[in-house]
Design a protein around this ligand. Structure first.
Ligand code: S3P
Length: 168
């Protein structure tokens, strides 16, 4: 089964996905990391600067397509992966559960500090509008909504409980 973790930047997707993969003894796929590898080691801000957001999204969709056929994995999505419906259709194909880690914008800004590696957080007003709009996007695809304000251990326990109750 694919377990897809979605949520805003700073919601804890990477930390929770890594811990969950370890606890469930499943492979971990980090979409952002795969994008970086695929772009020859360019950082995400460098990809945004050179190719624009549109170029980044194209790369992201390519990576999503490539890893969507993994039968058994915890997949940590990028914050913007669910912006394209096609990405989620492909990711959710086959046996899958999508978990949304919900956090407030205050938590995001507190966790990410100067946000230098998140191009979409450079402008505070833009970040607020994006956070607000994205909540509806994440909710649309979520099979489970978990508060990302809790500890990674508690979040994983909650997800595991859900998976047990929703076994295929
Ligand atoms: C983005 C989130 C980032 C990264 C890129 C765009 C977004 O991933 O993919 O900066 O659109 O929300 P994280 O959510 O892992 O920070």
């Amino acid at each position: 089964m694919k377990i897809i973790i979605i949520g805003f930047m700073g919601s804890g997707k990477s930390t929770v996905s890594a811990l969950l993969a370890k606890r469930l003894k499943m492979p971990l796929i980090e979409i952002d990391q795969e994008i970086i590898n695929h772009a020859g080691g360019l950082t995400i801000p460098q990809i945004f600067d050179r190719r624009g957001e549109a170029g980044f999204r194209e790369l992201e969709s390519e990576i999503v397509q490539r890893y969507s056929s993994s039968a058994d994995a915890v997949i940590s999505a990028g914050g913007g992966t669910p912006e394209r419906d096609r990405n989620m259709v492909v990711l959710k194909s086959g046996e899958s559960r999508t978990i949304y880690l919900e956090v407030t914008l205050d938590t995001v800004l507190h966790r990410l500090g100067d946000q230098s590696d998140r191009p979409l957080l450079r402008n505070p007003e833009g970040a607020r509008a994006l956070h607000q709009r994205r909540q509806a996007v994440y909710r649309r695809y979520a099979d489970l909504i978990v508060s990302g304000e809790n500890s990674p251990e508690n979040i994983c326990a909650e997800i595991e409980q859900f998976l047990k109750g929703n076994a295929p």
